[in-house]
Ligand binder design. Structure first.
Ligand code: CAA
Length: 383
């Protein structure tokens, strides 16, 4: 077992750390306050090859592995959690399933420009009436001549306002339950496809989240991704990979809060000495560091299993569960270290705390991750 990074992984880490320190962290607070999409930062991320890290070079990506991807995600999210989710959705939820299920002809249009970062992708699974019960979707699609006609509403869709292309899940055979779900490639601006209002969120406020509304939206027959009825498997297998990206995002948020708390504890004085000299603070810092390292080991293990073609669904669920709960715990403790200063926007830890919360909710809540792990350990559904 080798815990050292290889040359490519180290290169991604260094480049992303530099971007995070010089461009992302100094601006993340303003983007958050203004709800501003960090377009320039996303363009810089694309230039570094971060929008399709594990996509083969022939398909427009960087041709690196998933361990490099999570290393990059951790650093970017340490600088700006919103940038992290924008990147994660494009890599894990959009490019990865298109790479796995698209035909060669579809890849030229729907993968290459997205993996290179020229275009941005999004993933439409959740609906206003169903989240955890992904199979309970109401959006429908039916064939009319050579076109699929989509009707329904998707909710909580990350990148909705900026995305050029969307993977949309809809039931094409109502009687078949989850086996009737299909996946469609839908371009932004297609007639019959509109966006709901931008959600006003607690955290990750520099990324857009909105509903996708389909009213007799027609797409060519060739925009089906995979075979009819493949959709549910496309969605769940995609989330297995997506959860590793969110684990890395949570890790980056936790690290940002921990590093801020460590620096503050060394500077801030109370009772005539830096508060870092008090054991109550030292124990917090020690527990933060330990949990962050444990979360990283789980995250890298899940990514490495994906790279080696081993089953990884249980491990990605474990990684997301542990990393997101670590992010929530670490950011809470960081505010405690900062005291009153942790509760105001002048310091970054209140933002890290707000950003952390979503990692316990999206791409499957902590409760869903526990279901995935439990089903596997009980031998009911190997992942
Ligand atoms: N990969 C591939 N197929 C899978 C799978 C996986 N990981 N897990 C299950 N399946 C297949 C099963 O084999 C089964 O197929 P067959 O019937 O053909 O054999 C089918 O899917 C149904 O399986 P289950 O009976 O286990 O499905 P279920 O209805 O009980 O649901 C669940 C399981 C784990 C609860 C699932 O619905 C789930 O993960 N829910 C959470 C949804 C989620 O994570 N949503 C996130 C939205 S995206 C997002 O958040 C993006 C963002 O903003 C950034």
């Amino acid at each position: 077992m080798d815990f050292n990074l290889d040359e490519t992984q180290e290169m991604f880490r260094e480049a992303c750390a530099q971007l995070a320190d010089t461009q992302l962290a100094p601006n993340a607070g303003d983007w958050d306050q203004r709800h501003e999409y960090p377009a320039e930062a996303v363009a810089q991320m694309a230039e570094l090859g971060l929008m399709g890290v594990a996509v083969p070079e022939a398909d427009g990506g960087s041709g690196a592995d998933n361990v490099a991807y999570v290393i990059a995600m951790e650093e970017i999210s340490r600088g700006c959690a919103s940038c992290g989710v924008i990147m994660s959705v494009n890599n894990s939820l959009y490019c990865d399933p298109v790479r796995r299920y698209a035909t060669e002809a579809q890849k030229a249009e729907w993968l290459v420009p997205y993996a290179s970062g020229e275009k941005l992708g999004a993933f439409g699974l959740t609906e206003p009436g169903n989240g955890s019960d992904a199979a309970g979707m109401r959006t429908v699609a039916h064939l009319e001549g050579d076109e699929w006609v989509l009707n329904g509403t998707k909710a909580w869709i990350t990148n909705a306002y900026e995305a050029d292309g969307f993977i949309v899940f809809a039931t094409s055979d109502r009687g078949a339950g989850h086996r009737g779900v299909s996946a469609f490639l839908v371009p932004a601006g297609q007639p019959g496809f509109s966006l709901g209002k931008k959600e006003d969120k607690l955290g990750i406020r520099a990324s857009s989240t909105a509903q996708l509304i389909f009213e007799n939206c027609r797409v060519p027959r060739g925009n089906l991704l995979g075979e009819p009825g493949d959709g549910f498997k496309v969605a769940l297998s995609t989330l297995d990979g997506g959860r590793i990206g969110i684990a890395a995002q949570a890790l980056g948020i936790a690290r940002a809060a921990y590093e801020a708390a460590l620096a503050y504890a060394k500077e801030r004085e109370a009772f005539g000495r830096p508060i870092s000299r008090f054991q109550s603070i030292q124990w917090k810092l020690a527990d933060m560091a330990t949990r962050i390292d444990a979360a990283r080991l789980l995250t890298h293990k899940a990514a490495s299993r994906k790279d080696r073609g081993l089953p990884y669904g249980k491990y990605s669920a474990m990684a997301k569960l542990y990393a997101s709960e670590t992010a929530m715990w670490v950011t809470t403790q960081a505010i405690q270290v900062f005291g009153g200063n942790g509760y105001v926007t002048e310091y970054p830890v209140e933002r890290h705390f707000r950003d952390a919360k979503i990692t316990e909710i999206y791409e499957g809540t902590s409760e869903i991750q526990r279901i995935v792990v439990a089903r596997d350990v009980m031998g009911e559904h190997a992942n």
